[in-house]
Design a protein around this ligand. Structure first.
Ligand code: HEC
Length: 70
């Protein structure tokens, strides 16, 4: 299911071919069921999912607000 043109966050991060940086899960798993274990909705906790990595440590609030998330 290609998502690189779905949702502004995917368009803006399309060069980042690493779904797990935002969605978690098990990126090294060999099948779908195990790969999807522990997935999260990125906006469920934007400070953790967008701001705790090295990506948006200081600007996660502005970034998520610009996507219409709380
Ligand atoms: C920059 C962070 C980021 C990356 C990288 C990312 N996503 Fe997403 N994705 C999001 C956000 C944010 C949402 C919207 C979640 C919401 O509305 O709660 C989303 C939503 C989705 C949805 C819709 C989920 C639903 O319930 O409707 C799918 C499917 C999805 N992403 C797949 C992927 C795939 C596959 C990749 C890797 C190719 C990927 N995403 C990479 C941030 C990202």
């Amino acid at each position: 299911m290609p998502v690189s043109n779905q949702g502004k966050w995917h368009v803006d991060h399309a060069q980042l071919d690493a779904c797990d940086t935002c969605h978690a899960g098990q990126s090294l798993a060999a099948d779908k069921a195990s790969a999807h274990q522990g997935m999260v909705s990125p906006f469920s906790d934007p400070q953790f999912n967008c701001g705790s990595s090295l990506c948006h440590l200081s600007d996660w609030q502005q970034k998520t607000a610009s996507y219409g998330a709380e």
